[in-house]
Design a protein around this ligand. Structure first.
Ligand code: CAA
Length: 411
């Protein structure tokens, strides 16, 4: 595992631009778009003009080729101002990664430059009503009809649905196969039979639409099959999640930092017992814990994102899951403590902190629940135990035990 974390000049430049946009277009309007449940097109336009959609796209397809660590830095800055806008940005990477990782050269040339210049937004259609954690249990089908596929069924919880132009849709192409059942196909906005049927009314991240996408015999040309070979969809989905989970983890770091900053300002303003509450040790302890956890999450995320950039996504699965799981649990804890520091005002919607709390919950659920992440981490650990055989000798077997099982009598 590579251990050094290198911030390229480009990555730092993009981070600075993201912070400027967050301060100018995202934070000042976060409450407005949250209440209206509307997409912040103004901020998305600024992101496009600043070239931030180029961050994760390789140079040969019109991007900056700045990598996953730069993507994490940009996402963190945007999410610090508004976690909903953070995911509205990061989901473009999630939806593009199947093309980037598994697409043919023609497919990359066709779609990635449009994503890079912000002309087209992207969504990722994996989850269904009855297939969430069990991502291989899909029911949406794509029927092979010679020169095209016909897609039928419904997807659930499509983030960016409606505003996106390009959808990476995971469909069953071979119901008889166990390991090659699924394929990923690009569906474009406006294709006959492709509709957004339900925009969800959500607890948090309300500025980004999460919808049901319906496919009523949608005819899609064969050259939209990602990679040109059927049956690769599940692998592409898993590889995509490995690449994208550091991004959602970065969103969580931003969300945690945003909540901590507000709590810090408020704790130094709010007076009780004749002093700012930041002078009370119990509040100090909360602030200190929030700071430690956020910082620990941040460097875990940077380390995993840096690993993907240096060594590619191979072998990153359990660490990407760990970053996602740890950082999103931290975001929920920090947002909860931030509300506590705001006291009664924290529970009120006229203060900005309640939104951080509502926004944090989904982080522990989407891009794989934290229960699934822990399962992935444990599977990785169990595999790794094969490399720890040299420690076997240090753990006595029943037969080798030399010590007495009787408790020692002292005194
Ligand atoms: N990379 C490449 N291949 C992988 C892989 C990986 N990380 N993980 C698994 N595979 C391959 C395996 O090698 C295996 O291949 P073969 O059949 O050729 O041997 C195949 O995939 C099946 O693997 P498993 O047996 O491990 O699959 P499983 O069904 O037991 O478990 C899982 C898989 C990890 C639980 C997976 O279903 C999972 O990640 N579930 C969570 C789904 C999820 O994260 N959904 C998020 C939706 S997106 C979203 O939320 C976005 C949003 O709104 C913003």
């Amino acid at each position: 595992m590579p251990t050094d974390i290198r911030f390229s000049e480009k990555a730092l430049e993009l981070k600075a631009k993201a912070r400027e946009i967050a301060d100018t277009y995202v934070r000042p309007n976060a409450v407005k778009y949250d209440k209206a449940q509307e997409y912040n097109y103004e901020a998305a336009k600024a992101v496009a003009e600043a070239g931030l959609f180029k961050t994760f796209i390789p140079e040969e397809y019109g991007g900056h080729g700045a990598g996953v660590l730069a993507l994490a830095l940009v996402t963190e800055e945007l999410a610090k101002a508004d976690s909903g806008f953070g995911v509205a940005f990061a989901v473009n990477a999630l939806g593009s990664f199947p093309i980037l990782l598994g697409g043919t050269e023609e497919q990359k040339k066709k779609w990635l430059p449009q994503v890079a210049n912000g002309e087209k937004l992207v969504a990722f259609c994996l989850s269904e009503k009855y297939a969430g954690s069990d991502a291989s249990g899909l029911s949406v089908t794509a029927r092979d009809e010679g020169d095209h596929y016909v897609i039928s069924g419904e997807k659930k919880w499509t983030t960016n649905g409606g505003v996106a132009d390009i959808y990476s849709v995971f469909c069953v192409t071979d119901p008889t196969s166990k390991s090659r059942r699924i394929s990923a196909i690009v569906v474009e906005k406006g294709m006959d039979g492709f509709t957004v049927e339900k925009t969800e009314d959500k607890m948090g991240i309300r500025c980004v639409p999460v919808v049901e996408t319906h496919f009523d015999n949608v005819k899609v040309p064969k050259d939209h099959l990602i990679g040109g070979r059927p049956g690769m969809g599940f692998k592409h989905a898993m590889m995509t999640l490995d690449m994208a989970r550091p991004g959602v983890a970065a969103q969580a770091v931003g969300a945690a930092q945003g909540a901590l900053d507000l709590a810090n300002v408020y704790a130094n303003r709010r007076q009780q017992f004749g002093v700012p509450i930041s002078q009370h040790q119990m509040v100090q302890q909360m602030l200190a814990d929030m700071q430690m956890k956020t910082e620990a999450a941040r460097w875990l995320v940077y380390s995993v994102a840096g690993q993907v950039d240096l060594a590619g996504p191979d072998g990153v699965t359990p660490r990407a899951a760990a970053a996602k799981c740890f950082a999103t649990d931290v975001a929920m804890e920090v947002a909860t403590d931030a509300v506590q520091i705001f006291g009664g005002y924290g529970f009120m919607e006229d203060y900005p902190i309640a939104k951080y709390f509502r926004d944090a919950k989904i982080l522990q659920i989407y891009e794989g629940t934290n229960q699934i992440q822990r399962m992935v981490i444990a599977r990785g650990l169990i595999r790794e135990s094969q490399n720890l055989k040299h420690l076997e000798g240090f753990i006595p077997t029943e037969e080798q035990k030399t010590y007495s099982e009787e408790p020692a009598i002292t005194g």
